[in-house]
Design a protein around this ligand. Sequence first.
Ligand code: G6P
Length: 613
Amino acid sequence: MCGIVGYIGNKRACSVLIEGLKRLEYRGYDSAGVCVFSGEALHIRKATGRVAEVEALACADRDIQAGTCGIAHTRWATHGEPNEVNAHPHCNHDNRIAVVHNGIIENYVTLKQFLASKGCVFRSQTDTEVLSHLISEFYEDGADSLEEAVQAALREVSGTYGIAVVCSDEPDKIVVARKGSPLIVGVGSDEYIVASDAAAIIEHTANVVYLNDNEMAVITRDGMRTMTVDNVPVTKEVQQIEWSLEQIAKGGYEHFMLKEIMEQPEAVRMSLGGRLDLREMRVKLGGLEKVSRDLVRARKVILTGCGTAWHAALVGEYLFEDLARIPTEVEYASEFRYRNPIVDDGSLVIALSQSGETADTLAALREAREKGALALGIVNAVGSTIARETDAGVYLHAGPEIGVASTKAFTCQLVVETLIALMLGRRRFMSQPTMDQYMQALTRIPEQIERVLEQSGLVRQIVAEHVDRDNWLFLGRGYNYPVALEGALKLKEISYIHAEGLPAAEMKHGPIALIHEGMPVVFIAPRCSTYEKILGNIEEVRARRGRIIAVATEGDTGIARYCDHVIYVPDCPVPLQPILTVVPLQLMAYHAAVARGCNVDKPRNLAKSVTVE
Ligand code: G6P
């Protein structure tokens, strides 16, 4: 996904910009560019492929090397194919104004026609180029400053943007603005670093200003002014980034994904931290205190998210109905606002998002609030847009998740959902002894995940036997049905093996036709009320000579008779099982991707944070 970096200070801008872009590489991109002000003009270098390509070009350019102010971008193509011309920055007709942009200008066709009628010649196929010409129009048409021209241009624009703009007539100034795409300004000593993601800032400073939607900042060597895009001054607080650079680095593992899988015991401990009051045996969620009465009164819960977060929402549906007895629905965030959902002031809408920036999830959240729902967030990235736009929420505190395939965020989302469901359940009907059991069981979960992780070698061996098979099935029932979906998604995402996840009983209604000799079928089959039924499903696959890999409860030696391989997870109450049963499936996907030589942390065509619709 697109990334923005900007710099003004005493250092060589080019190095800071390139380093910043490298820190954002994990988000996924297909081309990159830098623009540095040399003292006289703007100097731009762009390339497709890796940031290193742009770095090589920039290093060979003396003007670029000399500058101490500039902007840079990594692009993930939306309008126009990934090539050098479409890469950002984009300039106006005489290259005096340069713009980098994240988001989508929705009315760019109309604006383009208008600008073309005034003589603008477009070089690229992008929506962003429209912005550079539009700003230029206003600049040349009497605007007093670059910021005034930017404001005028943004008034004409509909869509989403995080932008950084420079102009050679106003050297040593960067104008930034946001609506729908994150922008953060790092405040160092005698320097400012602008970025769409804190990862590009933290090696310089932990002091940051988060811009809200419709806000902008004018940054010069003398300081920063913040205002709305309508030019109403706003005072912004300088906040501290919580994550250290070291946390973001790989920590000795070969891949971020493996590091994040292995970090899950710690991540879950952090998610639970201070929230289980074992003295009074109650759940304490500080982020929900101000809305606790509304929560208890809620008549229905709608959980929404995308991708892995949506699977966590599906587990949430079981948790909320089972533990809190509240009618619960799950909606794809991308569908939510287009299907006129029934939401009212008795509804509690909970948006799940690791990044807190997923465009569809944010849009669903806004729709829900507009319809009168109380909106909560279960978010990992502190200070992200979703976190700031909800009425209340609970952070995951899982630490940064860099690997594109989400792992520790998923388990922590399940933990937080369980905490909320328990808190509500206890206030509505759950007895204290039942509550006590769940709370005690939760405290054991981190150590139980450790035991599952110890089997990574076994999982690798199992996977090695089947990794050449191009079609896999994942089957589970009840709480473990969403786990089957998540297992299939993980495998698809990073190993490019086709996989389907299903409720096990649905197999008979179609997918059983696919089963043939040697096809790997993964059953998530821990002890639960439907255990006998899933054994029946295993038999059905066996009869058709599928190869069976089961995830089962420790001590269930009997299941081995029906299966080719068994991976055991510790026993725990059924509502907590997904937190354990998903872990072998994450490892399975990881080892399959490594065995197939895939780029684990940056799978093809995928982005970590999808900030466009
Ligand atoms: C992308 C990522 C997924 C992630 C989804 C939702 O598709 O590749 O791994 O689950 O976005 O992201 P979020 O940050 O909202 O949880």
